[in-house]
Design a protein. Structure first.
Length: 497
């Protein structure tokens, strides 16, 4: 069987059109359900009121007949005034309640109806129509006992269903006659409901007109910012992150727009950092490669004399190590972001690692006349970590401290035990970092202002990788700084249990 793609019917519609159609359909459905309920309620109300009206008037006629017949059935026909009064009552009540009210004997034959009098004179005991109307014995038997009501066509005697209400006429405790009130059901209820339906239809047209205008306005209000976001997104797709969604609203759409603008700002910073990173990495790779190539060519073609070759080979070795660090940083970054960096946990003496790392920077520390404080107070602190990755964390932080500490400055190191972790504090005097920049130093590719940086060749990956490694270990890192005075990095690691 071939499937029909019902969603395809709306595939070409705009969101505004879909929303308008959906809300209009919902409003129309609710209005129609309400109208149907109102019509049903009105019909039931009319039915109850009609039944009560027929019952009440049939009871009044039966009461009047009982009083007239209190002197005997024959006396009623012998008293012309009484017969005239009863006939007039039947005619008046039948006309006023739009029903056929008549009196029949206990065998079901009509003996008095609204046609019993003409111009105030008795013309017959019953009219020709009622002569042919026979109340069934079943109904008679029920009405003889108590008040009776039903809806029936009397076995086909009426063309349509009728309300039939019967009341016994009692004299001296005996039922001598029956009063019946009959009124059509279908035609009467239709006449009652049609005006209501007409009012509802007119109301529906007015409501739908208002609904279409209101829904159109609301849908335009909702979809306008979405369309604006879609247009702005196209600009982002082409690489232009400058456009923003301009909405001054505090509702969900306004919050979405604010988040959208925040995302755009982040993307813009990321794109700027990415471009800067590509430029930095390109420069970082190109510079040592050029240096290495130039010096090796100089040695090979003997432009560099033999007595100077060892000096330039040391430069080549340093540049090769620099290239290696860049490649390792890139590989680690790739593995961290892909979730493929495997950790080999073991118990590590953090104090010894910090001490050994500072020893590797002994020459730079000595050349820079930097004072180191706190190494003799470290003690032993065992943490659970990947020794190689933790070594990279400590190396990067110590390298930063040495690099940014001015001549005759100092670096202070301390390890503090808390209930569940070990805190490592690496403090260095120096120019410090501005409050605006310290919030971003752990971002990928971010570099402190080059005009104040002593590390213009940095790729901006070191602290990001440090933060990522510590988070993989269940630790964290933060920095504090005061411009012109100091910078302090603090990282935590879980204790070894």
């Amino acid at each position: 069987m071939k499937k029909t793609n019902t969603g395809g019917r709306f595939a070409g519609m705009s969101l505004r059109m879909r929303y308008s159609l959906m809300m209009t359909a919902i409003i129309m459905a609710c209005f129609l359900l309400l109208s149907l309920a109102l019509v049903v309620f009105s019909g039931n109300y009319w039915y109850r009121q009609k039944a009560e009206l027929l019952t009440e008037n049939a009871h009044n006629v039966a009461h009047s007949a009982s009083e007239l017949l209190s002197g005997g059935y024959i006396s009623m026909f012998g008293d012309g005034d009484s017969i005239t009064a009863l006939g007039s009552s039947l005619s008046l009540i039948s006309t006023s309640i739009e029903a056929d009210v008549f009196i029949c004997d206990t065998t079901g034959h009509v003996i008095m109806c609204r046609e019993f009098l003409v111009d105030g004179s008795v013309v017959a005991e019953a009219c020709e129509y009622h002569d042919n109307l026979i109340i069934t014995q079943e109904i008679i038997d029920d009405a003889l006992i108590q008040s009776y009501s039903t809806v029936s066509n009397l076995g086909g005697q009426f063309d349509e269903a009728q309300f039939i209400v019967g009341e016994p006429v009692q004299v001296a405790g005996h039922t001598v006659a029956l009063v019946f009130a009959v009124a059509p059901v279908t035609g009467a209820i239709i006449d009652f409901v049609i005006p209501i339906v007409q009012i509802l239809l007119i109301s529906l047209l007015v409501v739908m007109l208002f609904a279409v205008l209101a829904v159109s306005f609301v849908s335009h209000t909702i979809t306008k910012p979405i369309k604006q976001m879609a247009d702005v997104t196209k600009s982002y797709g082409s690489g232009d992150f400058s456009p923003r969604v301009n909405l001054e609203r505090s509702d969900e759409i306004g919050q979405l727009a604010a988040s959208f603008n925040t995302m755009a700002s982040s993307l813009a910073r990321l794109e700027t950092s990415r471009r800067s990173f590509v430029a930095n990495v390109s420069h970082e790779l190109k510079t040592p490669m050029t240096t290495i190539g130039g010096f090796i060519d100089g040695i090979l073609d003997e432009t560099i004399p033999p007595q100077q070759q060892e000096h330039y080979l040391k430069i080549v070795s340093a540049e090769v190590k620099r290239l290696s660090r860049i490649v390792v940083s890139m590989l680690n970054l790739s593995k961290i972001e892909a979730g493929q960096l495997d950790l080999n946990f073991s118990d590590v003496d953090l104090s010894a690692m910090v001490l050994n790392t500072f020893l590797t920077f002994e020459k730079k520390i000595s050349d820079g006349k930097i004072e180191i404080r706190g190494l003799d107070l470290l003690g032993q602190h065992i943490v659970r970590a990947d020794v190689d990755l933790l070594g990279q964390v400590v190396y990067n932080l110590v390298d930063n401290a040495v690099k940014f500490t001015p001549a005759d400055g100092y670096i202070s190191v301390s390890l503090v035990e808390t209930d569940d972790c070990t805190e490592t504090h690496i403090f260095n005097s120096g120019a410090g970092i501005s409050p605006d920049e310290i919030e971003r130093i752990f971002e990928r590719f971010y570099k402190v202002d080059k005009s104040r940086s002593a590390d213009a060749k940095s790729t901006g990956l070191g602290l990001y990788i440090v933060k990522s490694i510590l988070e993989l270990h269940g630790g964290k890192i933060y920095a504090e700084s005061k411009e012109g005075r100091y910078t302090e990095f603090v990282f935590t690691l879980p204790k070894s249990k």
